[in-house]
Unconditional design. Structure first.
Lengths: 299, 433
């Protein structure tokens, strides 16, 4: 019993220990995890809550995530209600007041971005819509640059003594990222104006950035899977504006896209969507390299 | 005239400057360019700062709207059509004292279920509050949960005060609309009358480890079976629990728990009947000690498929005095051990479809009670349930469930068929694991 109580006391204060240890960061998606690692280097210890093969709308507040949230110094989330089904439970169950929304240890990418498709009215009859706008922001690299800037400021605010370190890394990333964006935009120039069919509204930012022309979406409404009759109508509708290709993400069900692909004679291109979504998408740079390679190869 | 001199002197004194500058226009231009560059950089920095500030402010500031602080509201609408082969009035769990709660298959034909109304919001920087009221088909409003919880305790502690579902076991805290079957497992119905609820206080502590380790303790007045309130100042239910959990690989997660509930009852109604249905006693005054072992495993290899396996075992010991219908204490004291378990599995085989099976088994044990002949009281009720549900969206669910129900343990199986609907409106719910 004596040993047990000692163990308990030791465990209780384990969380308060060294201030010089790396910041513990819980990132909700692999992309924010990769960005935090780029910006924080070895000053951050990043745990990523989801993988590219998961649908971030539908994740559970698993015990392992609650345990990570308990000790986290910072949550890096997308926001705009993307994680509404599980992140509030995670934060509540963790009992960690430092990472509550509004606290110093809570960061939302959406809060520093201008979101596309913010609805003028919200009604669940419209499907899985997000009142603040489309939260799938990571496939426009210019968004990543803005989030990187704000995240650097957040990391410096959490560890003022390391502000110079974060500023240096932030500048370095910014330079490399700006150069990469220029390279990607030059490379992707032939994609401008190309007709595409998207799967879910999570490819909207990619289309917006590259100037791809979205002619239809396989989901009739966000989060609503297509019916056979809807797909049939889609084939007719697309006869007028034939798509060059159909975009889908690594985690999507490929069946409707493949069905449509055979009928409208356009290849279905599986994009990594998130870091880890394909062997090439090892980090944020790889994510865009691989996405563009796949698009250009299909074109 | 004299006034011209200073001007002339000034002009004269400027002459060398002008000539010097004229000599070195290039240098001046460079200086100007440097100045321009510096200001350019400053303007850029200012612009960036403005952008940052604009971005920081995000959405436009909330206007002075008195309803801006309204709590989030969500409402669950539910109901069912029930078809039973035997009269639901005769339903009981053989060999177990009646737990009084919402047990059994319910009434036949169409039934309006509980409409569950939840209000929740942060109260201040330190507390959050929640009320869940169930509006029943019988036009009654029942407070299911009404509690405040702490939000700012340090070191992984959280506290709850009010009425809440106890943290024991796995299913106990889960609200009815989130169950995987239309009703609770028999063991929950027999041991807790459905769900163990506290009017009291709870404290939980989560360990700062990568493995999920949680401890909790509760005290309460004893509102829910097997406890009863009495006229004293005491705490008729206390509970302690521990949960462990984690991941195995990328797709599998688990949680396991051990709980103990100690409760005391005074003149608790609902005795035990013998095989002929004749009551051996009517009321009970004594102590109950219940152990709960729970475990759940989830395997989610893709966003569209998930397998969930869960089971719980409970064992309750009761010792105390028993009384007949007239309140006269019977000569012999009572000591009984009841136990039971369930095992269930639910598989989501398509994005909108889930199928499930559940098996319930109970053992009434053989109470040490000399007024009853040996063996007479030992009963083994069991039940098998199959379930199929269709979920058009996160907010709607239609379910069919078929039970082969031997809770009465009299050799005549009750075949129960249920169609159930559940719809959620309002704030997006977020469910516990």
């Amino acid at each position: 019993m004596k040993h047990l109580s000692r163990l308990l006391v030791a465990l209780m204060f384990a969380g308060t220990l060294p201030a010089h240890a790396a910041l513990k960061v819980l990132a909700t998606t692999p992309d924010w995890g990769a960005l935090t690692t780029e910006l924080g280097g070895d000053r951050v210890n990043v745990y990523v809550a989801t993988s590219a093969m998961q649908d971030v709308h539908r994740v559970e507040a698993r015990p392992s995530l609650v345990a990570r949230a308990r000790s986290a110094d910072l949550i890096v989330a997308t926001g705009a209600e993307l994680e509404v089904g599980w992140l509030p439970v995670l934060i509540r169950e963790s009992g960690n007041s430092r990472i509550r929304p509004g606290a110093a240890g809570y960061f939302e990418a959406a809060s520093v971005l201008k979101l596309l498709e913010a609805p003028s009215k919200v009604d669940r009859a419209m499907g899985d819509i997000h009142p603040q706008g489309n939260p799938h922001v990571q496939l426009d690299p210019r968004n990543i640059a803005i989030v990187a800037h704000a995240l650097t400021a957040k990391l410096s605010a959490l560890e003022p003594a390391q502000a110079a370190y974060y500023a240096t890394r932030g500048k370095d990333f910014d330079a490399r990222w700006s150069a990469a964006i220029q390279r990607w935009e030059a490379k992707a120039a032939p994609l401008k104006g190309v007709n595409v069919v998207i799967m879910h509204r999570d490819q909207v930012y990619l289309c917006h950035w590259l100037g791809l022309n979205e002619v239809a979406s396989i989901e009739p409404k966000p989060g609503v899977p297509p019916t056979a009759s809807y797909l049939g109508q889609l084939v007719n509708k697309l006869a007028g504006t034939p798509p060059r290709f159909i975009l889908l993400n690594a985690y999507n069900d490929a069946k409707p896209a493949n069905w449509l692909s055979a009928r409208v004679h356009a290849p279905a291109v599986v994009l990594p969507f998130s870091v880890g979504g394909s062997p090439g998408a090892k980090d944020l740079f790889g994510l865009f390299d691989d996405t563009l390679d796949k698009l250009l190869a299909a074109k | 005239m004299l006034r011209i001199w200073p001007v002339a002197a000034l002009m004269l004194s400027l002459m060398p400057v002008v000539s010097a500058a004229a000599d070195d226009v290039g240098a001046l231009r460079a200086e100007l360019q440097a100045l321009k560059d510096e200001y350019g950089a400053r303007v850029d920095a200012l612009e960036a700062r403005i952008q940052e500030l604009e971005a920081d402010s995000g959405a436009p500031a909330a206007t002075a709207n008195p309803s801006a602080f309204n709590p989030s509201i969500s409402l669950v609408l539910g109901g069912s059509y029930t078809n039973t082969s035997r009269d639901p009035e005769t339903w009981n769990i053989a060999g177990f004292p009646s737990s009084g709660g919402e047990v059994g298959p319910g009434e036949r034909s169409f039934n309006l279920g509980e409409s569950e109304l939840t209000f929740a919001a942060n109260i201040d920087p330190y507390f959050a509050g929640q009320l869940t009221a169930a509006i029943t088909g019988e036009n009654e409003i029942e407070v299911e949960e009404a509690f405040v919880r702490t939000t700012a305790l340090p070191q992984g502690f959280t506290g709850k005060l009010g009425r809440f579902f106890s943290g024991v076991g796995y299913l106990n805290e889960v609200h009815a609309h989130a169950w995987d079957f239309a009703d609770q497992p028999l063991v929950y119905q027999a041991m807790f009358g459905g769900q163990s609820r506290q009017d009291g206080a709870q404290v939980k502590w989560l360990a700062p480890t990568d493995l999920f380790i949680e401890f909790g303790a509760e005290v309460g007045a004893g509102d829910s079976f097997p406890a009863t309130r009495d006229d004293g100042n005491g705490l008729n239910t206390t509970a302690v629990f521990a949960h462990l959990g984690g991941d195995v690989g990328d797709y599998t997660s688990w949680r396991a728990g051990l709980s103990r509930i100690d409760s005391s009852a005074v003149a608790r109604e609902g005795g035990i009947a013998d095989a002929s249905g004749a009551p051996l006693f009517e009321t009970f005054t004594g102590d109950s000690h219940t152990w709960v072992v729970d475990g759940v495993l989830k395997w989610a290899p893709s966003p569209r498929r998930q397998l969930k396996l869960q089971g719980e075992y409970m064992r309750r010991e009761e010792t105390g005095e028993v009384f007949d219908g007239g309140g006269v204490r019977l000569a012999d004291d009572y000591r009984g051990t009841h136990s039971g378990w369930y095992l269930q599995s639910v598989y989501q085989f398509a994005p909108r479809w889930r199928v499930g099976a559940r098996y319930d088994s109970l053992d009434s044990g053989t109470p040490r009670y000399s007024l009853a002949p040996d063996g007479l009281l030992s009963q083994d009720p069991d039940r098998l349930s199959l379930m199929l549900d269709w979920n058009p969206s996160e907010f709607s669910r239609l379910r069919a469930q078929y039970d082969w129900d031997d809770a009465r343990d009299d050799g005549d199986t009750d075949r129960v068929f249920r169609l159930q609907y559940l719809y959620g409106i309002g704030a997006h719910g977020a469910h516990k694991y």
